[in-house]
Write a protein that binds this ligand. Structure first.
Ligand code: DMJ
Length: 802
């Protein structure tokens, strides 16, 4: 397969694999500052061998591309640069000059009209094309062409008898569009028009689980290639050029391997892909305009009968889609509900992510085999473990399955939630932690709703949310500790009517989100009232004791801890500020005050290794050098807070110090895994080790907190050491906690020869630990911190504007 094609009109040579700056890098605004990540990615692409850059005035990426071109040394004539006009279609010449100035170059290799005219342009196609031709004559562009044009649009253009013919038609193309585009492609070929395919991997990226997947995977296996390579190859066989993109070096390298000399597909492979592709029609971009145009002859002056590709199936599909879309639009505008946008995730992008996904598979398979529908798995005895009676592991980890693109497992989990999840079955007739049900069950349902946009999750979230809501009906509006979901009854703990601070302070994000998606205000009101009670407590520099009574509103006990029973109250102060678009300053004020309280009362240095840690207070004043593993969440939380107020550098310094200490609680153990609790030596004169692990605290429950912080630290500082630490810890989990079926907690992290497995696989291992590991190993943050926050159980939820 040749590495270039030549354009018929200008004899310009086009590298057949282009680096696109659309979808992934789209900003829509050319006045935005340079995107450094894009600049770096283009440099990376150049260093691997890419020479073809594809852009458009509407992507808003010109200045970053300009910067990338300026700051490297490849001669201009070795690059092939495309841009497209759309926004400024009424003055194409000026649009081109603007693009050139943003890019800092003298000419474009290819200049395209980005979209067919449909009905909205003020100038005619004839006027537009004349301006395009003028730019070739002036030497501003070498070749001209079009994008997203259908056959009829091209026919219109050829009917004008243009002086310079269109050299290229750039279209969305993949096997799910083959049937609909066959005619167009043949027509282009007959006119010498080069087909450039954008979104060539759209079939697997946007429509995973479709009829093509199995076929492509099989062919990929046969040739020892990746599915992406197979699809790109197929695309190049059908068309001429592919425009693809990634910010990940390995993926970019992977794409170029399509050009390997010995790599071919035979006719049988091609036919199998054609046939599987024909089973589904799917267009991601401009679907409404283009498909309706193709099937119904959208413009009034297109008088030919509807295209012969039209069949009942497609007609029905489009009609249904159109109706559903209109219905939703109407409903949404009436209800003021927040409607999620479906999110798409690709397969793992590197070896580490692959390994984590394998671990998830291993854990899930064991749960599915031995504990399906029960809450958790006992991996040693291979029996189910009941707790809430709500299929906890399924609901808690379904969003991990979704993010890891484990489509089969996801479907099964979704089906269980649709058919078997019930708040009325006998299995839920018991008192259980209100907080745990909120963060794991309600949190899991809400996040999966936000990721999948599938209404079943909203429905289930409302069902459980309605029961949880009842529990806010206390004299103070703080929820009681336990709830019986079936009987809709609440109770304190069996030994006290007090609730834990972390438990009453870690339910607001979920309730608030439920209001935003359901349009029902009562949940958010409950959240706000309970938050207000906590805000008005009298505090010691922002710190509160770990017990509070929902009956009197009084704090009790005098123990201050950022570990068990205290932790996520502090976490949610910052996250509630973020969730509400930074509009409610009391959340920030309470959070920053408590961070200052930590610095003043709990922050100490341990010797001889000089490690900073966060201890506890007894009776509100006596320092105890004990730190739960749970405290390790705080490093990521501090770094996240710092990222909004970067002048508060002490926050980042503390975050770095605490991450290091937490990592040492792992690294210093012979298994490389941390204990549940560590004690620190604060006396520089003593001979005690920096960290001591007591017999009762030597267990590891597969907890996520340090991994969670590593994820924040990596994406907020860019330092890959955090990824490397995560990888080391993952390997220790693999070595010491992986069982024949699933993963187990262990009793002794100090003894690699006898870790004494505990018969328990916590749902948070799948919901949090593996999810954060997977996210940590990505080069790009799949959940940008300014758009998403994670509830305390690692369920991603959106950030709202207010
Ligand atoms: C999780 O259920 C949550 O992260 C919670 O906030 C505290 N601990 C566990 C996991 O360690």
């Amino acid at each position: 397969m040749s590495q270039t094609v030549t354009l018929s009109t200008s004899k310009t040579v086009v590298p057949v694999i282009g680096y696109g700056t659309g979808t992934k890098w789209y900003s829509g605004d050319n006045s935005k500052p340079i995107n450094k990540e894009l600049v770096e990615s283009i440099h990376e692409a150049f260093s691997i061998g890419y020479r073809h850059l594809d852009a458009a005035e509407m992507y808003g990426t010109d200045t970053s591309i300009g910067e990338a071109i300026r700051t490297q040394s490849i001669p201009r004539n070795e690059l092939f640069i495309t841009n497209k006009v759309y926004k400024n279609i009424e003055n194409i010449e000026q649009a081109c000059l603007d693009v050139l100035s943003r890019l800092g170059i003298d000419y474009l290799d290819l200049w395209l009209i980005h979209s067919p005219f449909f009905d909205r342009n003020k100038i005619s196609l004839e006027q537009a094309w004349k301006q395009m031709e003028k730019l070739v004559e002036n030497g501003k562009v070498k070749a001209i062409g079009v994008s997203n044009f259908q056959k009829q649009h091209l026919e219109e253009l050829f009917a004008l008898n243009p002086k310079i013919k269109p050299a290229v038609n750039q279209i969305e193309f993949n096997p799910y569009l083959y049937k609909a585009s066959k005619d167009l492609i043949e027509y282009c070929k007959s006119k010498g028009i080069v087909i450039e395919a954008y979104s060539p991997l759209g079939s697997i990226v946007y429509k995973p689980g479709g009829p093509l997947d199995e076929v492509v995977e099989k062919i990929a296996k046969k040739y020892n290639r990746t599915p992406s390579q197979i699809l790109l190859k197929w695309n190049l066989i059908k068309g001429d050029v592919v425009i693809t993109t990634s910010s990940i070096r390995e993926r970019l390298e992977d794409f170029l391997k399509v050009l390997d000399k010995n790599f071919e597909l035979n006719n049988e492979d091609i036919k199998a892909i054609d046939d599987a592709g024909a089973k589904l029609h799917f267009r991601k971009f401009r679907a409404k305009e283009i498909d309706v145009f193709i099937y119904f002859g959208y413009r009034s002056h297109v008088t030919e009968p509807a295209n012969e590709q039209l069949n009942e199936y497609h007609r029905d599909e489009i009609n249904k889609d159109k109706e559903a879309w209109q219905r939703k639009q109407k409903e949404e505008s009436q209800s003021g509900k927040f409607k999620p946008q479906k999110q798409y995730f690709s397969n793992p992008t590197n070896e580490r992510q692959i390994a984590v996904r394998d671990a998830m598979r291993h854990a899930w398979k064991a749960y599915r085999t031995y504990a399906w529908g029960y809450d958790e798995l006992l991996p040693i005895s291979k029996t189910p473990s009941p707790w809430f009676g709500l299929g906890l592991t399924i609901v808690d980890s379904i969003d991990t399955l979704y993010i890891m693109n484990m489509t089969e497992e996801y479907k099964e989990a979704r089906e269980w939630i649709e058919k078997s999840f019930s708040c009325d079955s006998d299995s839920v007739d018991k008192f259980n932690s209100h907080f745990e049900i909120t963060i794991r069950i309600l949190g899991g349902l809400l996040s999966t709703y936000h990721l999948s946009a599938d209404d079943i999750f909203l429905q289930r979230a409302i069902e459980i949310g309605d029961r949880l809501f009842i529990n806010f009906n206390t004299p103070t509006r703080l929820p009681l500790a336990e709830i019986n979901i079936k009987r809709k009854a609440a109770s304190g703990y069996r030994w006290t009517s007090d609730s834990a601070l972390s438990e009453v302070g870690t339910v607001q994000i979920e309730m608030r989100d439920l209001s935003r998606v359901s349009g029902e205000k009562k949940y958010e009101d409950a959240a706000d009232k309970s938050a207000a009670v906590l805000h008005h407590q009298s505090k010691k520099d922002g710190l509160l004791p770990i017990f509070v009574s929902p009956l009197t509103g009084r704090s009790s006990g005098g123990v201050v801890s950022l570990g068990a029973r205290g932790d996520s109250y502090y976490e949610y102060l910052l996250k509630q500020w973020l969730q509400t678009g930074q509009q409610r300053s009391t959340f920030w004020d309470d959070w920053i005050e408590s961070m200052d309280g930590v610095r003043k009362h709990l922050w100490r240095l341990a010797y001889p290794d000089k490690l900073y840690f966060v201890g506890e207070l007894m009776s509100m004043s006596t320092f105890s050098p004990k730190m739960d593993h749970l405290v390790c969440f705080l490093a990521g939380n501090m770094a996240l807070g710092w990222s909004y107020k970067k002048d508060l550098t002490y926050l980042l310094d503390m975050a770095k110090d605490l991450t290091k200490t937490c990592y040492q609680t792992y690294a210093k153990q012979a298994t490389g895994l941390s204990p549940e609790i560590a004690y620190f030596n604060t006396d520089p004169q003593s001979n005690e080790p920096t960290i001591t692990v007591r017999d009762n605290d030597a267990h590891n429950l597969l907890r996520p907190e340090l991994i969670e912080s590593l994820y924040y630290m990596y994406f907020l500082t860019g330092d890959t050491i955090y990824q490397d630490w995560g990888w080391k810890i993952f390997q220790s989990f693999e070595k010491y906690t992986r069982q024949t079926d699933g993963y187990s907690s262990i009793n002794d992290v100090r003894n690699p020869d006898n870790v004494r497995p505990r018969d328990k696989m916590e749902s948070f291992f799948l919901a949090e630990t593996l999810k954060y590991l997977y996210l940590l190993f990505d080069k790009k943050n799949l959940f940008p911190f300014d758009q998403w926050l994670f509830n305390t159980e690692a369920h991603p939820l959106p950030i709202y504007k207010n």
